[in-house]
Design a protein around this ligand. Structure first.
Ligand code: UD1
Length: 361
């Protein structure tokens, strides 16, 4: 039986591993060794996902924690290489676009261990955003590339990557379907003191939005204006990076009229999204999860890797101008036809396991 090491470290990766790892174990497809880099370490950024999503506890914990890009990436690289030399797996599985992903792919490929990349082929501007740098590098190092859509496969072909590319769909859609019966929108919004359809869920954590004081101030101003204009509450689960920057830039006063809470787990977030009026986010994953829950999202980015969602006008891109943010939210509250089946049919995990063990192509 093959041995495969799966590397995770940040929230969006726990969510993806919850599908592929569970499917591999259910089918006893290979010996699945789970490694947690420790990039995310707070209980509400990490443990909550392992509990809620019934994930296997990691076999190894690298404990890298936070740091500059170079330090964090280098720390995973060194520690993961040592672990690979010990474990000697047949393949390494990486997810998404974080510093953990790029370090994992680099360590494995230098040891000539084939890399499989879940969520390959996503491309967006600006080219210098950390996640984009990570995606391009990981895709060029990978032997098997699992895409969420045909567009992602075409992006890879444009860069000359053709071998090993497949389009199983989005594992996050699988997870949404699998966990849907556990969403409790009424109970959850009552716990947060919110009324059905009377609130917007907002999340902000991208470096280009949080680390520039003007951008962050404009976004918070935009959220306040949206609250005034629409009469909707703005629920803002605050990522630790964003909380830190708000304090550093002295922007706490902008939070008074927003409903600020600590980061929340998958079940609470999906439950709250089911009863919200709309979503505002700069998260790659959450803009897609909004679509799965049939909510429109205003995406606070100059561009998105999920172009299918903006080309159909389901999601709306918006720059960091306060008045534009408030205006775009008003547009997102309007009804519009929802595009269907953009990212597969909910069996991506099963398909990925088939592809890895070589029973489909
Ligand atoms: C990372 C990913 C991003 C992903 C996001 C999900 C990279 C380059 N970026 O961004 O693609 O969308 O995870 O959240 O890998 N912190 C804590 N506790 C934690 C984790 C982080 O306090 O458990 C704080 C630290 O101050 C840290 C900062 O948040 O410096 C940023 O964390 P980091 O993991 O470096 O990047 P994210 O912004 O979370």
């Amino acid at each position: 039986m093959k041995k495969i090491v799966s590397l995770v470290g940040a929230r969006p990766q726990f969510i993806k591993e919850a599908v592929v790892g569970a499917e591999a174990r259910r089918r006893n497809a290979w010996r699945h060794v789970l490694v947690h880099s420790g990039q995310h370490y707070d209980a509400n950024m990490s443990d909550v996902f392992f509990h809620e999503l019934d994930m296997k506890q990691p076999d190894h914990f690298l404990g890298v924690g936070s740091g500059s890009h170079a330090r964090q990436t280098a720390d995973v690289l060194v520690k993961f290489e040592a672990l690979l030399l010990e474990e000697k797996p047949d393949m390494v599985l990486v997810y998404g676009d974080t510093n953990t992903t790029v370090a994992g792919a680099l360590a494995a490929s230098k040891l000539k261990i084939p890399v499989a990349h879940v969520e390959a082929g996503i491309r967006q501007q600006p080219k210098d955003m950390p996640e984009e740098i990570n995606r391009v590098l990981v895709d060029h190092l990978s032997a098997q590339l699992f895409c969420c859509s045909n567009l992602a496969a075409r992006n890879l072909a444009r860069e000359g990557i053709i071998n090993g590319v497949s389009v199983p769909g989005d594992v996050m859609y699988d997870l949404y379907l699998k966990m849907r019966h556990r969403f409790t929108p009424e109970e959850t919004r009552a716990r947060f003191g919110l009324e059905k359809d009377a609130y917007i869920v907002a999340t902000i954590h991208r470096d280009f939005n949080t680390d520039d004081p003007h951008a962050l101030a404009a976004i918070l101003d935009g959220l306040n204006r949206a609250h005034t204009k629409s009469g909707l509450e703005i629920l803002l689960p605050l990522h630790p990076r964003t909380r830190k920057r708000i304090a550093e830039f002295g922007l706490e006063d902008s939070l008074h009229r927003l409903r600020v809470v600590d980061p929340i787990g998958y079940l609470d977030l999906m439950s709250l999204t089911q009863h919200c009026a709309a979503v505002i986010t700069d998260s790659g994953g959450y803009q897609k999860e909004a679509y799965y829950t049939e909510k429109r999202a205003v995406v606070l980015m100059p561009d998105t890797g999920w172009r299918e969602l903006v080309e159909t006008r389901w999601n709306l891109l918006c720059n960091t101008d306060a008045e534009r943010i408030a205006h775009t939210i008003t547009t997102a509250l309007e009804d519009t036809p929802r595009p269907e089946d953009l990212f597969g049919n909910g069996s991506a995990g099963n398909h990925i396991v088939d592809l890895i063990i070589g029973i489909s192509s």
